[in-house]
Write a protein that binds this ligand. Structure first.
Ligand code: ACO
Length: 418
């Protein structure tokens, strides 16, 4: 199979076919408009490949997710550190011992933020969502690092994002900022900066560090999702890494994307406060007259159980047991899942729990406040955004992303006399 044929108004055209390393087939229509005058129409881009990419492979039908060819389950099981996975995604290979040492050193050196930046936190109103703060601060990094050293900027944004996030949280509860510690891992540093306090000793609980390591790795990349496509879209105009990632944070914030983890907990709390009648909410989700959706269910790509949700479900049980938390929300979540998975509406539409369904329960067990859930997702996704931005910059096929449209407004008309 090397070409695809299109017949338009009786005329036949041929287009090359591109086959990926996992035999995914794409019809290369870059010459479509020039040859035929027509464009394709694909709202929501469900059938549109925007680039070729060697970073992440997903088979949504079979529930497979691999970073650089390595199955996500195996990466988690291997005990890999989050920053090793970040390195793998960004540079395409596992770091050698020396590469790891120097990457890790750079990450430590760049994890503090400019002291002047701390003032910014004082000027947000108290209820500001931390995703707004994270996005604003990441964009502001361009002001502090105007050198345009993009290699270093990748390290800077990865290292500083966790500090910015923890500071946003500390500001919201009126506690002093805590500096990152050089001897702690990336996930342990996040927890330390969020929960350490000048008046008491804080040791990061190993079970929390491990749960966060796993959560961050599971969120690290997911090919051309809404936020990553945004990063690529913004970066395609030549905008800086900081500007592109700041836009990615905003895209992730939406409730249909990363914001769903916060929505899941709010939904479970609503069900709990309403007497725990989860069947009523399943019925509401099915009712086309209601705009209620089961948050944490369904996915554009997965038409099978999201492999990340499978791992998180097992972990949620383990972590809750280890920290001795009995969370009734977990029971509601399990019931909801069981009812939905056996219901024709969900079966026919292939709606399964996605990564956000169980991540919120884990974050909650770790004492992370609900409005920080999506920030945790953003920290996990940072390596993916960086890797895609880098790949986009290095790809000779990259052009400014500029979709077309089919205009449906009025044809030319007279301006009425003013
Ligand atoms: N609850 C009830 N019905 C649903 C749900 C849901 N969560 N998700 C999809 N459906 C139904 C739709 O109503 C539609 O039904 P219809 O064919 O009768 O009209 C059908 O399933 C297909 O849904 P679409 O909205 O067309 O699917 P799309 O691929 O555009 O959307 C999305 C995917 C946004 C994830 C959607 O499933 C959703 O809104 N889920 C809830 C929010 C959520 O959990 N988002 C997190 C996604 S994972 C992530 O970003 C990390």
């Amino acid at each position: 199979m090397s070409t695809a044929k299109l017949v338009l108004e009786g005329k036949e055209y041929e287009f090359p076919v591109v086959v990926g390393s996992e035999n995914e087939v794409g019809i290369d229509i870059t010459s479509l408009r020039a040859k035929t005058g027509a464009i394709t129409l694909d709202p929501g881009y469900g059938n549109t490949g925007s680039c070729e990419s060697a970073i992440t492979y997903i088979d949504g039908e079979r529930g497979i997710l691999r970073y650089r060819g390595y199955p996500i389950e195996k990466i988690v099981e291997s005990g890999a550190r989050f920053i090793e996975v970040a390195y793998l995604l960004i540079y395409g290979k596992w770091p050698s011992a020396e590469e790891y040492a120097s990457f890790s050193k750079l990450m430590t050196q760049h994890s503090i933020i400019h002291e002047d930046m701390k003032n910014f936190f004082n000027h947000f109103p108290p209820m500001t969502h931390p995703m707004a703060i994270l996005s604003a601060m990441v964009a502001s990094l361009s002001g502090f690092y105007p050198d345009g050293d993009e290699e270093l900027n990748m390290i800077r944004v990865l290292a500083k994002a966790k500090t910015i996030s923890a500071y946003a949280y500390k500001k919201s509860i009126g506690e002093p900022f805590v500096y990152p510690k050089p001897d702690l891992s990336y996930p342990a540093n996040i927890l330390h900066m969020m929960f350490a306090h000048p008046m008491e000793d804080y040791q990061v609980p190993p079970v929390m560090e491990e749960a966060l390591r796993m959560l961050l790795i599971l969120h690290a990349d997911h090919e051309q999702n809404c936020s990553t496509s945004t990063v690529r879209m913004v970066g395609s105009s030549g905008a800086s890494l900081f500007a592109s990632i700041s836009a990615g944070v905003c895209a992730l914030w939406g409730p249909l994307h990363g914001g769903a983890n916060q929505e899941v907990i709010q939904m479970l709390e609503r069900i709990r406060d309403d007497g725990g009648d989860y069947k009523k909410y399943v019925a509401m989700a099915k009712d086309k007259d209601s705009d209620f959706r089961l948050m944490g269910f369904g996915h554009r790509v997965y038409k099978n159980y999201d492999p990340r949700a499978r791992i998180l479900k097992e972990q949620a049980d383990k972590v809750l047991e280890l920290v001795g938390v009995k969370d009734p929300l977990l029971d509601i979540a399990k019931h909801l899942e069981e009812v939905a998975l056996n219901d024709d509406y969900f079966i026919e539409r292939k709606l399964y729990p996605n990564v956000d369904f169980y991540s919120g329960i884990l974050y909650k067990a770790m004492g992370i406040p609900t409005n920080m859930f999506t920030v945790m997702f953003a920290l996990g996704r940072m390596p993916g955004w960086i890797a895609h931005w880098k790949e986009m910059k290095e790809d000779p096929a990259t052009r400014i992303n500029r979709p077309r449209q089919i205009y449906t407004g009025p044809t030319e008309r007279e301006v009425p006399p003013r």
